[in-house]
Design a protein around this ligand. Structure first.
Ligand code: BMA
Length: 323
């Protein structure tokens, strides 16, 4: 019988949770903290690495690295914060650094990390480069507040880099939508365009959406996994849906799912510092299988897997942009 790498054979759901979730929670950290959650993910020297958001007991977040041979078990966690906010040199990091997304830029042979810095003027987008996950070369602010949920494409389009981001307008009744921007040098960003608007009314992705892990290159286009935030009488529900962007022109949206594909259901997703949240910042594709690393209820890191051809096939059947 066909089995995925976490030992399950059922494909009733598009994503299958690992049965021993969560894979990392604060009891696994080598130092004391409030919580560990939303982690960027990548492969580095044949290991899976997670760059985890850790919130300390003051409420300020930093990033800490965990590595594992199989991406499931035996996570080796750095004994102290790997990237701490440096507010003397980077005042925008005064209230912490959060939610890293990692993209490998093959032509430069570097990993680019886009992350949220929590400044006195609000959350904004910063970028850092690394070649070894030990030394991090900060590039500073690339998009001013309020902006977060930014992720780089790993390749250039007609000589320009592309970035998905999520600015927030403070005007009442204006939602928070997914945008794209372009840059010749990874520093100066322009040609901003809204590509995926939040829906309205009672939809699962009404009013506020943002990209989750970085865009994933597939034969059908760039696969986007995005979060939608529904406000209910008892608080928020963070769920995930899919979209597909044109492979050569990522400003063009080919498909967008009508239904959500992942929803907080297990206790570690429903109950924590922020209830009813699933929030991935990283995914890794190997042999058609996606490993999705997500924060559960802002209180732990969990793993789910999905079969890429099945996701693409499902998205075709559930494309709300058709007809
Ligand atoms: C978002 C981000 C995430 C967090 C989520 C739910 O705005 O801050 O880091 O997981 O809210 O609290």
């Amino acid at each position: 019988m066909e089995r995925n790498s976490i030992g399950q054979s059922s494909y009733k759901e598009l994503f299958q949770r690992y049965s021993n979730n969560p894979i990392i929670s604060k009891k696994d950290l080598p130092y004391s903290a409030n919580t560990v959650f939303n982690a960027g993910a990548s492969k580095f020297k044949n290991e899976f690495i997670l760059l985890m958001r850790v919130e300390d007991k003051r409420g300020i977040s930093h990033l800490t690295l965990a590595r594992s041979k199989d991406g499931i078990h035996n996570w080796q966690i750095d004994p102290r914060p790997t990237i701490s906010p440096l507010s003397d040199d980077y005042p925008e990091e005064i209230w912490g650094i959060e939610d890293p997304r990692i993209s490998y830029l093959e032509e430069k042979e570097i990993w680019a990390i886009s992350y949220t810095a929590y400044s006195e003027a609000g959350p904004l987008v910063c970028l850092a480069f690394t070649k070894d996950f030990k030394h991090f070369d900060r590039q500073g602010i690339i998009l001013p507040p309020e902006n977060k949920d930014a992720a780089l494409f790993p390749v250039r389009f007609n000589d320009r880099w592309a970035l998905i981001h999520r600015p927030v307008a403070k005007m009442a009744g204006v939602g928070a939508h997914i945008w794209i921007a372009f840059s010749p040098d990874l520093k100066h960003w322009g040609d901003h365009k809204l590509i995926i608007p939040a829906r309205e009314g009672s939809w699962w992705d009404a009013n506020k959406i943002g990209i989750s892990p970085p865009p994933l290159k597939t034969e059908e286009g760039w696969l986007i996994l995005y979060h939608g935030v529904k406000i209910t009488g008892s608080g928020v529900i963070y769920r995930l849906g899919l979209a597909l962007l044109d492979i050569d022109n990522p400003s063009h949206v080919i498909a967008r799912s009508d239904e959500w594909v992942f929803n907080p259901e297990e206790i570690y997703e429903i109950s924590g510092d922020v209830d009813k949240v699933v929030f991935p910042c990283g995914w890794i594709l190997e042999d058609d299988e996606i490993k999705l690393y997500y924060g559960g209820a802002d209180s732990c890191i969990a793993l789910a897997t999905a079969n890429l051809p099945k996701l693409l096939d499902w998205l075709k059947k559930h494309n709300s942009l058709q007809g």
